[in-house]
Design a protein around this ligand. Structure first.
Ligand code: GDG
Length: 502
């Protein structure tokens, strides 16, 4: 039976080990929720790294068996591969360049070699399970070579690929020494998707300038194949966030927040630790608020959650130290006996805590320097079932293209962020409601299930289109043959056709 194969760097599962036994817990991430309706069905499958180094063959077999029951298939990575492929090329080369922070990028041959090898490792697992008629959907920047590698082995297979982070302008992208190989890899897909129209345009531009391809509108003609490049802005599970406000655990946590922050206005900030998220700039704008508007001292609290991430990479460690210092400095300067300006947490929290904060916070401050989409902004909007609260959103987040009723700011403009906070604190309730209602309509409609359906439907349409084109396109070999026969023959009839009447 025809099946769908999802491939991503990480499997949608958290794995923990105690006394030689492995516990697998499904992850609650947005992608896992959205694709849950696909990979759990029938003989569909999700391929990826289980998130832990397991080298012993017996242990690998044990985990594989457990995962197979959940329609998951592991790709085991060694510590060396994790260092060079994941932390190296993915996070120290592609991530900074794709987020316009090329000064942080390292272009190491060892990183590239590992990236290539690990993409091949993924390919080998895909080849093991893929059968004629299967559909393959590959996710994100860690696996950009995989579509091309699969195409080389299984030219007929239907393959879609979606990148979750920005695609930079040509001038940035061409800094990468292996830029052509990366593009060739991506063009192995039949349908290549991005979160925003700008990312799509940047990709088309880079492809046409770096490779010998023809692009017409959003179609790239490459190796006698048409690759469709389109925009698919990712949504969230709207109902889940909208309904969580009634969960008893969430209500209890909101009660705690009410007791702790009584008269305070709360500004919420949630990110993974990352230099692309603009955390330091956010702190500067909050500091400026307290300097320029002392009337808010004792009245406004910045509740800041930074989720640990990649802190073995030097820039991330430095960033964490700088945040620690900055927060300490602001708290030491402005605190009173009864009030702390910043409540800072460097850890992750259960979803119920996040939901309580989304429901409770007066303002959600999301100011990344670059972000493919940014789901936190959408989760805040979905949680506001009373249609109040204000979202301040960076124009550099993909979500800003949809959430146009947020207060949109340039994250480099510290003064503008401070002004936006003042505006948000003083926004009359009717205006909050008007803006929030508009945003909620969009987040509700373009939810994660809609997104998955749209991508899959489009992939089928693209495959049909390619089939139709096969009947018309003459490939190189056939063209040579036709030319030879034309020259060798003595009698020739020329048929001229326009738009199919003959
Ligand atoms: C990448 C792209 C794109 C955060 N803290 C906790 C927690 N979270 C959850 C949020 C949200 C997710 O993590 C973060 O998603 P973002 O989209 O904001 O950012 P990235 O992690 O950088 O994601 C991004 C995304 O991929 C999807 O395509 O939007 O641009 O960079 O869902 O709720 N979850 C829990 N505890 C926490 O403390 N449980």
């Amino acid at each position: 039976m025809r099946k769908t194969i999802i491939v991503s760097n990480r499997l949608p599962v958290k794995i923990s080990e105690a006394d030689g036994d492995y516990t697998l817990q499904p992850s609650e991430g947005g992608l896992a929720t959205g694709l849950g309706s696909i990979y759990r069905e029938g003989n569909n499958i999700w391929i990826g790294w289980p998130g832990q180094e397991i080298t012993d063959q017996k242990e690998q077999d044990k985990v594989t068996k457990q995962l197979r029951k959940m329609n998951l298939m592991p790709v085991f990575l060694t510590q060396d591969e994790i260092n060079n492929f994941y932390e190296g090329f993915s996070n120290e080369t592609l991530w900074p360049v794709f987020h316009y922070m090329s000064v942080y990028a390292r272009y190491e041959q060892d990183y590239w070699d590992a990236y290539y090898q690990v993409n091949r490792k993924f390919r080998d697992i895909v080849l093991k399970v893929a059968e004629p008629g299967d559909i393959i959907w590959i996710h994100d920047y860690q696996l950009l070579l995989l579509p091309g590698m699969i195409r080389a082995e299984m030219p007929e297979r239907s393959c879609g690929c979606l990148q979750h982070i920005p695609f930079p302008s040509y001038e940035l992208f061409r800094l990468i020494p292996w830029r052509a190989e990366i593009l060739e890899g991506m063009l192995g897909a039949d349908l290549m998707g991005f979160h925003t129209f700008d990312d799509t345009r940047h990709f088309l531009n880079a492809a046409s300038r770096i490779l010998p391809v023809n692009t017409s509108a959003n179609i790239v003609s490459y190796n006698d194949r048409a690759v469709v490049v389109e925009t698919f802005p990712m949504g969230i599970d709207f109902n889940k966030y909208a309904e969580m406000g009634n969960d008893p655990e969430v209500l209890q946590q909101m009660q705690h927040l009410k007791e702790n922050f009584q008269q305070d206005r709360l500004i919420l900030s949630i990110d993974r630790l990352d230099y692309s998220k603009g955390i330091l700039q956010r702190l500067q704008s909050f500091e400026l608020l307290l300097q320029l508007h002392p009337e808010y001292i004792g009245k406004v609290v910045l509740y800041m959650i930074v989720v640990p991430s990649r802190d073995t990479v030097p820039q991330y460690k430095e960033l964490r130290d700088e945040i620690d210092k900055y927060v300490g400095n602001i708290n030491a300067r402005f605190r009173t006996l009864a009030w702390h300006p910043i409540q800072y947490f460097y850890r992750s929290f259960p979803l119920e805590t996040l939901s309580a904060l989304y429901n409770f916070a007066d303002i959600c401050l999301v100011t990344p320097m670059r972000d493919g989409m940014n789901l936190v902004s959408k989760e805040y909007v979905a949680s506001r079932h009373n249609n109040d609260g204000v979202l301040i959103l960076s124009e550099m987040a993909g979500a800003s293209k949809e959430l146009i009723d947020a207060i949109i700011v340039n994250p480099n403009n510290i003064g503008a962020i401070t002004r936006a906070i003042v505006d948000a604190l003083n926004m009359p309730l009717p205006e909050q409601t008007r803006r929030m209602k508009q945003m909620r309509t969009i987040v509700a409609k373009f939810n994660i299930h809609h997104w998955v359906k749209l991508f899959m439907t489009r992939l089928h349409e693209v495959n049909d289109m390619q089939q139709n084109m096969l009947a018309r396109l003459v490939n190189q070999e056939t063209a040579v043959l036709i030319r030879q026969q034309y020259h060798n023959t003595k009698k020739r009839i020329t048929f001229l056709d326009y738009d199919g009447p003959l």
